[in-house]
Design a protein around this ligand. Structure first.
Ligand SMILES: *Cc1c(COP(=O)(O)O)cnc(C)c1O
Length: 466
């Protein structure tokens, strides 16, 4: 399998090189040249696989044996051994039409751990094998940073710098990132919002000389490795809900979304032959994706702070990957659309194009009030405590639920990470030990202006240390 850029200006690459490249050198995103399609009989055989075996089976279609099978098994096993649940991503049945897949049993209590635990192991492996210096640089709305830092802290040959928006992440998110005292970790708290942070990162990765000189590597979902690792749980969920009872029902997924990475993994699983009926994009008041699906207008709006800060995103990086498949894998057309977005600040789809978008996705943006109402409702009706992101997912599920359908809503975070919202519902929760102990630890971070030059200075002195 080779990988190419959505903008068509990068020579086809192998798997490892694609991961190391992150953002494509032409400014696009890397995608597989062909998406493998899994036959229904084969899919059926996957039912008996454990999470790690399913992971390895899916990866085998993509990695070209660039990593020996035993090594890959070792990396995957180690990545998921850190999860607090033996099934890695267990599924809870709420009622006959709703299942919740809990993606928050990893070390930092959010779904980012599923891909980033593996990514940490992967980078560490490549660094040793290829004698590569790895300098991870990323922006976070809170959860990616915590998960990535946890994935690589203390690992030899790797340094990690994470930009997060100053005072716009939850208290627990901030503590998870900044209480890490390993020398290979730098936290920059940027005065601005997530989109500002992501823009700086894109700028630095777009400066190819800088990227090369400092061996910059990406952990954001612009990296195809993350997308691929996340497809595994879509398959796992589909294969592990109690299908005897549901044979005739269609299966939907509702996905709390920000950067479009998680939902794009679902889209990829669907393209690989997983019979997903509806992919439901759930957002909050930063509802660019909802507006796109309803009206065809993709236009970043004004930034809103909400109770689900990990989805406070206006510019969804992975949207470009969808666009690529939307235009029939025509890189020239993607470039044209991205140029229009840049010059006019929006992309508009009408007529048949809009109908196609609407056949690919449903979408709903929950208001702040709806989010809190949903947390209260599920606590009361089902004694299940939703985190505010998952509550947006459930709100969207309730809007789009059809007869003879069941929906698997992805629970993207543990409620303890977002106690700010839970308190507003006047619900008291018991924190897990791992989170409780964060509050007593000292924090390490630099507060900086959202200014690329200042961030470059910070990076240069961080990389000079050894
Ligand atoms: C990152 C995140 C999201 C959004 O996921 P994307 O892949 O960026 O769409 C949703 N919920 C939580 C808790 C997150 O951390």
């Amino acid at each position: 399998m080779k990988y190419i850029s959505t903008r068509g200006q990068v020579e086809p690459k192998g798997f490892i090189d694609t991961v190391l490249m992150g953002l494509a050198d032409d400014g696009g995103l890397m995608v597989p040249e062909h998406i493998p399609v899994i036959a229904p009989e084969t899919l059926n055989e996957w039912k008996s696989l454990s999470y790690v075996d399913l992971f390895l089976t899916i990866f085998s279609y993509y990695t070209n044996d660039e990593i020996p099978a035993d090594d890959l098994r070792d990396l995957a096993t180690r990545s998921y051994a850190n999860f607090r649940h033996p099934e890695v991503t267990p599924i809870t049945k709420i009622d006959d039409s709703l299942y919740i897949m809990e993606l928050f049993h990893g070390p930092t209590f959010a779904f980012k751990d599923v891909a980033l635990q593996f990514m940490g192991e992967f980078y560490s492996y490549v660094s040793k094998k290829q004698n590569e210096i790895i300098h991870i640089l990323g922006a976070t709305s809170g959860d990616t940073g915590a998960a990535a830092i946890q994935g690589v802290r203390g690992k030899e040959g790797i340094k990690i710098c994470i930009l997060h928006p100053h005072e716009k992440v939850s208290r627990v998110q901030e503590l998870q990132m900044t209480t890490v005292d390993d020398q290979n970790v730098l936290n920059l708290s940027v005065k601005g919002n997530f989109d500002d942070c992501q823009k700086i990162i894109k700028e630095l990765f777009g400066d190819l000389a800088f990227k090369k000189e400092y061996h910059l590597r990406a952990i954001n979902s612009i990296n195809f490795l993350r997308i691929l690792a996340q497809t595994v749980y879509y398959f796992y969920a589909y294969l592990h809900i109690d299908q005897g009872q549901h044979q005739l029902k269609k299966i939907n997924f509702s996905v709390p979304s920000g950067n479009f990475g998680n939902i794009f993994s679902g889209f990829l699983a669907q393209k690989m032959g997983l019979p997903i009926n509806k992919l439901i994009i759930a957002t909050n008041e930063n509802n660019i994706l909802e507006r796109f699906v309803q009206t065809g207008e993709y236009k970043p709006g004004d930034f809103r702070s909400t109770y689900s800060p990990s989805m406070d995103i206006q510019v969804a990086s992975n949207f470009e990957r969808y666009l690529y498949y939307f235009v029939g894998e025509d890189a020239a057309k993607v470039s044209e659309y991205m140029n229009i977005l840049k010059s006019e600040g929006q992309i508009v789809m009408t007529g048949d194009d809009l109908a196609k978008v609407q056949s690919d996705f449903a979408a709903y943006g929950a208001s702040n009030q709806e989010c809190l109402d949903m947390i209260l409702k599920y606590k009361g009706d089902h004694d299940y405590l939703l985190d505010p992101h998952t509550a947006c997912g459930i709100t969207a599920y309730e809007k789009y639920q059809g007869d003879d359908e069941i929906c698997i809503t992805l629970a993207t975070a543990h409620p303890a990470k977002f106690d700010e919202a839970i308190i507003l519902c006047e619900i008291e929760q018991e924190f897990p030990e791992e989170i409780k102990e964060l509050f007593a630890k000292p924090q390490y971070q630099e507060v900086v202006e959202h200014d690329t030059a200042e961030i470059v200075r910070q990076l240069e002195s961080f990389y000079a240390l050894d």
